[in-house]
Ligand binder design. Sequence first.
Ligand code: PLP
Length: 211
Amino acid sequence: MSDAVTRLKAVNAKIGGRARLVAVSKTFEADEIVPVLEAGQRIFGENRVQEAQGKWPGLRARFEGIELHLIGPLQSNKAAEAVALFDVIQTIDRPKIAEAIAKEMAKQGKPLKCFVQVNTGREPQKAGVMPEDVDGFLKSCPLAVAGLMCIPPAEDDPQPHFKMLKDMATRHGLTELSMGMSGDFETALEEGATYVRVGSAIFGSRPKITG
Ligand SMILES: *Cc1c(COP(=O)(O)O)cnc(C)c1O
């Protein structure tokens, strides 16, 4: 068994069916992803449209039922490619992006599941809608939003961030919550995550800069 498959099984055991696992395969090559697909994992996350384009059409040709999530920031000039390639977009965070994605989904006849990313830590360098702007953003959003996503600040206790996201989703009647990564997915599960996004705990460590 590959190391990644051993680690996948351990992560799945910890999740215990409480949420769906998005295996974050950014920076890893197709041949490193194949054993994880062979082990039955079908939901994957990538943070760059171009990188995903280089790997996933070939993998989709070999494996059925793949569900690919975009978990990185999106530019509106990449909306057409993103809608064509991905099944779920987790990083809607600006009206311009929401409009571009809505337009492309209609044009391509491909409705995707969409999440709004919330900047729960109000970090200036991080993507996401500021917490106080979420109500207004959701009201004017042209997409059928399924849920909310967040990436807590690395140095913070993640629990209050997960709780904030859960409370916001509940207030808006949204059922999906994408929260929790390798270091904190068990906390996220306790706070009600429906998707956890786990990369290095499955695939191993990445070079530091991943965008
Ligand atoms: C890279 C990434 C992850 C996975 O991070 P790990 O710590 O390797 O599990 C999860 N979510 C997002 C948005 C990411 O960019």
